[in-house]
Write a protein that binds this ligand. Structure first.
Ligand code: KG4
Ligand code: ZN
Length: 345
């Protein structure tokens, strides 16, 4: 497949406004991300209306910054790729409308990208030799799922969470431990100084067949432990964080191993914000050595939301001649294997 020379990617599905320029579907010339932690911090979570309003204020500057860093004039672009969903519709619409307007003005195609196909593409961006077929473990604030990724067939869902996403569990446990928003990275930092043998938390569904996940029981077990301890000192916070992290990581590693064995594959991509977790990386690399499979973890800046992954995934659609045009709309939910605007949809 020959990819368009220069693609602009825009991602605004949640609380990050991001823009990137990718050359030839693989080479990141610029990737700019503007977070909103200061906007949502007082509320302890993302407030959708505030997120979209902040996106309106930042979208032009973020796109201009990416183009300037790349040294690319808008007229040199061959296509625009925007995240169309899933996500917060108000947030999505800001990036999507901007991308459509820019493409219209420049007379170039615009394609909508499924956020999860962007995350999966981050593995191929991180390692040029990594290619289908492989098992993709998508672990973020909104998703926890295993897919079989093939060259010709659409992604096949192998298993997913029945309740909370693992990133959401990290964020909620962090809040119950009094750690600052955003919780995942703060919890991981606290866990580094804790004793992971202090409490034995459950490993939900691990005894069951299949490849589904569940994190709400683990989250409840942590809440009960926090209540039992009463006033938490720094040692309590570190120990509970370490034990929660150990339980969550055990589940992710065990499910990934089972998926690889079931599918007869020896390649694994671990993508999404939680893939930045150091303990997960360490444990998964240990499993990879034992079971002899290859694992790709994108660098942390490609794990959390970014537009380079969207530009790279969009480049593949553009290379097939797709142009979703001005009818392209955002969607809050849709399975990866059935994207609304494709013929299969
Ligand atoms: O992919 P992402 O940036 O956004 C979504 O698509 O959801 O993932 C964000 C999630 C949040 O739940 C955040 O707490 C979690 O990734 N996260 C982490 C770490 N860094 C980010 N979780 C555990 N350990 C980390 N180091
Ligand atoms: Zn994401």
């Amino acid at each position: 497949m020959s990819f368009p020379e220069l693609v602009l990617g825009i991602e605004s599905s949640c609380d990050e406004m991001a823009a990137a320029v990718v050359r030839g579907g693989r080479e990141i010339l610029a990737s700019t991300v503007r977070g909103q932690a200061q906007v949502h911090q007082p509320y302890g979570g993302v407030v959708p209306e505030l997120a979209s309003r902040d996106h309106v204020r930042s979208v032009s500057a973020v796109v201009e910054a990416a183009l300037a860093t790349a040294g690319v004039a808008p007229q040199a672009l061959q296509g625009v790729a925007v995240t169309a969903g899933p996500g917060l519709v108000g947030s999505l619409l800001v990036g999507l409308s901007f991308g459509k307007a820019l493409a219209y003005q420049l007379g170039i195609p615009v394609v909508g990208v499924h956020h999860l196909s962007g995350h999966l593409m981050s593995a191929e961006l991180a390692d040029a030799h990594f290619a289908p077929p492989y098992v993709g473990l998508v672990i973020s604030g909104g998703h926890t799922a295993l897919y079989r990724i093939s060259e010709a067939a659409p992604p096949l869902l192998l298993g997913e969470t029945r309740d909370d996403a693992v990133g959401e569990a990290f964020d909620k446990v962090a809040t119950s431990l009094g750690l600052p928003y955003p919780g995942g990275p703060a919890l991981a930092a606290a866990a580094a100084g804790g004793d992971d043998g202090a409490v034995a938390f459950p490993r939900p569904l691990l005894g069951e067949a299949g490849l589904d996940f569940s994190f709400s029981g683990l989250k409840t077990a942590v809440t009960l432990e926090v209540a039992r301890r009463g006033a938490l000192g720094p040692g309590d916070v570190a120990d509970v964080a370490a034990c929660f992290e150990a339980a969550a990581v055990d589940v992710l590693v065990a499910r990934a191993r089972r998926a690889l064995a079931q599918e007869g594959l020896a390649r694994l991509a671990v993508v999404g914000g939680v893939a930045a977790n150091r303990r997960l990386r360490r444990e998964m690399l240990g499993a990879a050595q034992q079971d002899a499979f290859a694992v790709v973890f994108p660098p942390p800046e490609l794990c959390t939301d970014n537009a380079a992954m969207i530009a790279a995934a969009g480049a593949r659609l553009l290379a097939r001649g797709e142009d979703h045009g001005m009818a392209l709309n955002s969607f809050s939910r849709a399975p990866l294997e059935r994207v609304p605007w494709t013929a299969a949809g």
